[in-house]
Structures are given as structure tokens and as C-alpha cells.
Design a protein around this ligand. Structure first.
Ligand SMILES: *Cc1c(COP(=O)(O)O)cnc(C)c1O
Length: 364
């Protein structure tokens, strides 16, 4: 028995249970290939120019990285027409979510989130001793009216996810404007746009342009998804200089590693790669939709690179049987949507194999 004591509320936090590694799955089911379709990574890979930059810079990792990420901020600044002091970099967007919660939420205070949603919002809030107010989704979509109505005197943050995870639905411009118009100015609005680049142009809301009128807004985006840098851990937030400066005070100085910084710069110099991925994913999604329709399978139309598919009550069974055939998907039970699975859209040949196996299992 250890004698040291954690802070009391830490004992109540849920434990993180890591998934099996690809090697473990291969061995267990005696498979040669395993397809990981569970974490919405970019399965088209990385731009060759980014790989080149990573290799070229490997010999320089004996130096500490730039603690201010000046090169990336300069690139992001011109992309979004904002200043470097409007941008914060995080070790993944996850870290910015944590920073925002530690900066704004304390014990007895709360955060409004949709339910279900991305798990990190709740985890980061509980870690600060705060509570979450959960607003159920309405037909797989965030109910922005109810979310705004759920704010009370103790609310410090409201989290929007656009496109949403795990459903893939989006928030319309009217809905976004409703939230910013109906949230008190002393409540921070976080719009987590991890999958923003997957939205078709006509569905994109230029949230950055609202920063002038909306002093309580922070926009989060990441290099983990369409840019394919999930393993390097780098994301960013855009907000007022005052909010960014406060968050920077609680950020550790070298939170973004040197290789991640170089890779992100190269990714921003090769935006065409992201556009190509978006277009390919769009084509592949249509393939999923028509296969599902043809076989009478329900799904949620996605604005992202994953699809929520209805499997009925045998859900766990379907995920387990897919696993035996080498496809890792996320069972809806783990995501708060029982009776569904969430599958990441991959390359054409993998999607074809997946669809053929899935439909066989679904029908059997
Ligand atoms: C993947 C994801 C993120 C961020 O991931 P990072 O790798 O930490 O940048 C943030 N929000 C949502 C909803 C996501 O799905």
C-alpha cells in the first residue's frame, strides 16, 4: 500500500484503458493484415514533402524547439489573416482543450457539452474539479438552442464540435450565430473544428471572421486529421490576444516538438495535398452511402472522414466479427451510441474489402 495520497477527486476519475495494438490483434486472430478504422486518422497518409521535411530535420533534434513556434504562427497568421498573438499551439488540440479547462474552470463550476461528444471535454473538465452539463443530441445533431439554454451562472465554457465526433454531423451558420448571439459574454465558446477541412466549401463557416465581434470565442483546429500528422501531436487555437496570452502562461514552453513544427510548416506549404484527400474521401463516402442504401442499412450522413452506421442490437457482435476479419472499428457502445459502429473511411481498396465483409456480416 502506498502512503502518498492523490487529491481526493482524482480517485473518482475514470481510468484510461488503451486499445490493443495492431500486433496483438494480428497474433490473436492469426491475421496478416489489420486495418485500423477506429480513430479517424488520415489513411491516405502524409504528403511526400512533409516526409521529406521530417527526414531532413531529424539530425537537428539535439536542439530545443522554438517555444513560440514562430515559423508556424507566421504561416497560420497569413492563412487566416490574424496576428501571431492570436494563435496558441498545442501538443494536439487535446492539449489546448486541457489548457482551456485549466484556465477557466474550477471546482463548483461547469462546462456545457453535447451528449455524446468527444470524450476529452469531459475528462479535461473533471480533471479541474469542474462538472459537465450534458445536452443530448437531437437526431445526431448538436441542439444549439438547448445548449445555450443550459448555461447557468456557474458555466464557464460551452463546447461545440463542428463537424461533430462521433456522428459526423455539422452545425449550420444560423446555428453558430444563434450560439454566439445567445451565450453570455463571460462564457467561453470553444468551437472544435478538428475535421473542418473535410467540409465542402459551401458548408464551411468562417468562424475566424467572428473573432472581432465575439470576444469570448476560441477556434480549435489540428494537423492530426486531414494533414495526417496525428502521431506528431500538433494542433492550434485562434482567439483574442488576451485569451491566448492567458493560455500561454499556463502552457509548458516546449510543448511542440521540433519535428512536429517542421512537419506542420511543410504541411501548410502543401495545402493541395489536403484538398486532394478531401476530394478522395468525398468520392469514397458516396461509395459507402450507395452500398448501405442498396442493402437497406441506415447511416448518418457525414461531413467528416468517418461514418456512423446502424447495426442494430447485435452491434458488439458486428464489431467483434469485423475484428476477426482484420477491421478495427469503434463500437457505438464505447461512444454513447449503442446499435451503431463508427468506421473511418480509408483508401478505395480497403473500403471495398470492408464493405464486402461488413455487408456479409450484417446480413448473416
Ligand atoms: C481528433 C480530434 C481532436 C484532436 O486531436 P489532436 O490529435 O489532439 O489534435 C479534437 N477534437 C475532436 C472532435 C477530434 O475528433
Amino acid at each position: 500500500m502506498i502512503k502518498v495520497k492523490f487529491k481526493s477527486w482524482i480517485y473518482n476519475l475514470p481510468e484510461y484503458i488503451p486499445g490493443k495494438t495492431l500486433e496483438e490483434i494480428k497474433e490473436k486472430y492469426n491475421l496478416d493484415v489489420v486495418y485500423k478504422l477506429a480513430s479517424n486518422e488520415n489513411l491516405f497518409g502524409i504528403s511526400p514533402k512533409v516526409i521529406d521535411s521530417i527526414c531532413r530535420n531529424a539530425c537537428r533534434v539535439n536542439y530545443y524547439p522554438d517555444s513560440d513556434c514562430r515559423e508556424i504562427k507566421q504561416k497560420l497568421g497569413s492563412k487566416y489573416n490574424v496576428q501571431a498573438d492570436n494563435i496558441i499551439m498545442g501538443n494536439g488540440t487535446d492539449q489546448i482543450i486541457e489548457l482551456v479547462c485549466s484556465g477557466f474552470v474550477g471546482s463548483g463550476e461547469n462546462v456545457v457539452i453535447s451528449d455524446p461528444t468527444f470524450l476529452i471535454y469531459e475528462k479535461a473538465t473533471l480533471k479541474c474539479g469542474g462538472e459537465v452539463i450534458k445536452v443530448p443530441l437531437e437526431k445526431f445533431r448538436q441542439d444549439v438552442k438547448l445548449m445555450a439554454d443550459s448555461v447557468n451562472g456557474k458555466t464557464r465554457i460551452i463546447f461545440l464540435t463542428n463537424p461533430h465526433n462521433p456522428t459526423g454531423t455539422r452545425i449550420t451558420k444560423n446555428e453558430f450565430e444563434y450560439i454566439i448571439g445567445n451565450t453570455p459574454k463571460d462564457v467561453l465558446i470553444v468551437t472544435d473544428e478538428a475535421y473542418y477541412e473535410y467540409l465542402p466549401e459551401e458548408e464551411k463557416i468562417d468562424t475566424v471572421s467572428y473573432l472581432n465581434e465575439c470576444s469570448n470565442l476560441i477556434i480549435l483546429r489540428t494537423f492530426s486529421k486531414i494533414y495526417g500528422l496525428a502521431g506528431l501531436r500538433i494542433g492550434y487555437g485562434i482567439s483574442s490576444a488576451e485569451i491566448i496570452s492567458g493560455l500561454n502562461k499556463i502552457r509548458l514552453p516546449f510543448n511542440i516538438n521540433f519535428i512536429a513544427q517542421k512537419a506542420a510548416v511543410a504541411a501548410l506549404e502543401n495545402e493541395l495535398f489536403a484538398c486532394e484527400v478531401r476530394d478522395k474521401i468525398q468520392v469514397e463516402k458516396e461509395k459507402f452511402y450507395s452500398a448501405f442504401k442498396k442493402n437497406g442499412i441506415d447511416f448518418v450522413k457525414s461531413y467528416s472522414n468517418f461514418i456512423l452506421v446502424k447495426t442494430g442490437s447485435k452491434n458488439r457482435d458486428v464489431a467483434a466479427r469485423l475484428l476477426e476479419r482484420g477491421f478495427i472499428v469503434r463500437p457505438g457502445e464505447n461512444l454513447g451510441i449503442p446499435g451503431y459502429i463508427r468506421v473511418t473511411v480509408s483508401k478505395p481498396e480497403v473500403n471495398d474489402k470492408f464493405l464486402s465483409e461488413f455487408i456479409k456480416i450484417y446480413k448473416s
